[in-house]
Design a protein around this ligand. Structure first.
Ligand SMILES: [Zn+2]
Length: 172
């Protein structure tokens, strides 16, 4: 994996008003993969795809979220975190280091990767009919999004994710 370009390092204190808040939220602009990954890690992330820059910036200001963007000409604005890399793993590394974010184990898989809503734990019996046929293991947990209805469980895809996190030195 490539290293974060030191020239792109965020200056200390670049986000003074946000650093004080423990649960700072984010807006990811036009990077759905990063949005999904951050939500899986438990971060509060709004995703904007079609909106123009002004709407994205206004929403960031209004909701006091940090706007994460690859748009170069926006990078000097104080509420924007500019990503220098196109690579997903490198982007995550940039964010974790640049904003000194910590991943909390308890927050993992706490949010819906589709809509950002907090998930609710459910019993397999409650959602049995909504699951694919091969999903039935006693050691699985199941969570459902009360907003969009999507169901999550700790199937084999979790191992792939854990491998990805290990590469990033995230040990869960
Ligand atoms: Zn949802």
């Amino acid at each position: 994996m490539g290293r974060v370009n030191p020239g792109q390092k965020i200056q200390k204190g670049a986000f003074p008003q946000y650093r004080l808040m423990k649960n700072t939220g984010f807006i990811v602009y036009r990077s759905q993969k990063l949005t999904i990954l951050l939500r899986i890690l438990g971060f509060d992330v709004l995703y904007l795809q079609d909106e123009d820059y002004t709407s994205a910036i206004n929403l960031a200001k209004k909701t006091q979220r940090i706007l994460i963007s690859r748009v170069k000409f926006l990078r000097k604005l104080p509420w924007i975190f500019y990503l220098s890399s196109d690579n997903l793993e490198e982007q995550l590394e940039e964010l974790l280091k640049g904003l000194e974010l910590e991943i909390e184990r308890n927050n993992l898989f706490s949010r819906c990767s589709s809509c950002n809503n907090l998930l609710q734990e459910v019993q397999e019996e409650e959602i049995k009919n909504e699951l694919p046929k091969d999903v039935c293991r006693k050691d699985y947990w199941f969570k459902k999004c009360p907003n969009c209805g999507k169901i999550f469980w700790n199937g084999t895809h979790i191992i792939t994710l854990e491998e990805k996190f290990k590469k990033l030195n995230i040990h869960l």
